[in-house]
Ligand binder design. Structure first.
Ligand SMILES: [Zn+2]
Length: 438
């Protein structure tokens, strides 16, 4: 049962000023199905029965992201619950992730419905020109537009985020009515295991019943980053697929047993897929860039697994020459699939935070910068080989009626789909970049 435990805004001398954004919240303690104590951070007042009764719309939408799942893995026989959900729903076999095919940009596109040149967050890692260093795009202000979470909130709908990764929790911040902070976090990937994440998702739906809940399940991705050439790790990936599928099965069963199924849609997709590289198939651009007389000391590199972002940091008047040389060096390096002048490649839609040159690696390769040993992880994404994703809309609501579509659905379609489902009028200024898929 949920009960307000404390009010974070109760600080001395604060009476005369409005609470800061971080203070407008209450911590709710909820007992999960397995007896696990769950802690949700909730917008002030949103835990009250009056708030819960405020919007009587009975429709529910759940977005489940199976992080790093390849579409073929749904057919592996290890994911019967996901396969059944897909078979009975609206299926988009040609769906794809968008550049850069990384976790943060694609989750942000799902909730903003616009590409990174309009919404921010073009990659997981960028070189921050203001700070003069590379950093993860995990700050709430890195999202520069209004998410569908906030659009729903403004119209009195309740929303929830249950995100297994620390940086996802960071970037979405306090936008949702109810937020679960991932716990316990595993080392290296900073993500909570799916069994805990699902426990939180079930608890949030059953106790707080948001209209929209956005869930990220991180196990499949975590195991995907391991080396699959060894038999035991192949077994680990298979185990993760099966166990994540089981968690999705629990969620569907809960929707059915609580009577929510018929009025719900369940959007299932991945943010990107996964590609595995051999230890010798590593691209490190830092050394060849530093060996060039024009580029030495004038370039910063933000490594994103399957993509490298290169930034000219030298004198502005030499920028064009610098970009041309960066392209030349990148294209001449073994393992690089392609390199693009970001400002002249409008189709990338990445915006200036993504730097001057975007380099992709070939399938079966990975970037490792600044040093060859910096990225020891064989499983990577970010490059075109990791574009295909599963994408389907299941659920018992008529909007999820069985169909197969050859449309090129993409991660950016989630927000307009949710907006249409709830009948939200209006779109971002300039329109959605994605399309509703119901
Ligand atoms: Zn991911």
């Amino acid at each position: 049962m949920c009960a307000p435990q404390q009010q974070a805004g109760a600080t001395t001398g604060a009476a005369a000023r409005p609470p800061a954004a971080t203070e407008r919240r209450t911590v709710l303690k909820v007992a999960g199905a397995g007896g696990l104590a769950l802690t949700f951070s909730t917008a002030l007042g949103a835990g009250s029965p009056a708030y819960a009764a405020g919007n009587r719309d009975r429709r529910r939408a759940y977005v489940l992201v199976v992080d790093g799942c390849r579409p073929d893995e749904i057919d592996s026989g290890l994911m019967p619950n996901l396969a059944a959900l897909r078979a009975d729903g609206r299926h988009f076999p040609r769906a794809h992730s968008l550049p850069v095919m990384e976790t943060l940009p694609n989750h942000v596109m799902m909730m903003t419905g616009v590409r990174p040149d309009r919404g921010g967050v073009p990659a997981n890692e960028i070189y921050d020109r203001g700070l003069g260093e590379t950093r993860t795009m995990d700050r709430p202000r890195d999202i520069r537009t209004t998410t569908v979470i906030e659009r729903l909130g403004r119209r009195g709908f309740r929303t929830g985020t249950v995100l297994s990764k620390d940086y996802l929790y960071g970037v979405f911040g306090e936008r949702a009515t109810h937020r679960w902070e991932p716990f316990p976090l595993l080392p290296v990937t900073d993500h909570a295991p799916d069994v805990f994440t699902m426990e939180a998702a079930l608890g949030m739906v059953e106790e707080l019943d948001p209209h929209l809940v956005f869930v990220n399940l991180g196990d499949v991705d975590r195991v995907g980053h391991s080396d699959l050439t060894g038999g035991s790790l192949q077994a680990l990936r298979r185990a993760a697929l099966a166990s994540t599928d089981l968690q999705v099965g629990r969620f569907v069963e809960m929707l059915r047993s609580t009577g929510r199924w018929k009025r719900s849609i369940v959007v299932v997709l991945a943010d990107h897929s996964m590609d595995w590289s051999r230890p010798d198939r590593v691209v490190s651009l830092t050394s060849p860039l530093a060996a060039d007389p024009l580029l030495a000391g004038n370039v910063a590199v933000a490594q994103n697994g399957g993509a490298d972002l290169l930034y000219w940091t030298g004198p502005a008047k030499q920028r064009d020459r610098g970009v041309a040389r960066m392209l030349e060096v990148a294209r001449g390096t073994a393992g690089v699939l392609s390199a693009h002048d970001r400002a002249r490649s409008s189709w990338l839609r990445l915006g200036p935070d993504a730097g001057d040159v975007v380099a992709y690696c070939r399938a079966g390769w990975r970037f490792s910068d600044p040093m060859v040993v910096s990225n020891p992880i064989p499983g990577n994404h970010g490059h075109p080989a990791t574009r295909p994703i599963p994408f389907f809309v299941g659920g018992g609501h008529p909007a999820a009626a069985k169909a197969v579509s050859s449309s090129l659905a993409a991660t950016v379609d989630v927000a307009p789909t949710i907006a249409e489902f709830f009948g939200l009028r209006g779109a971002p200024r300039g329109g959605w970049d994605g399309r509703s898929r119901i």
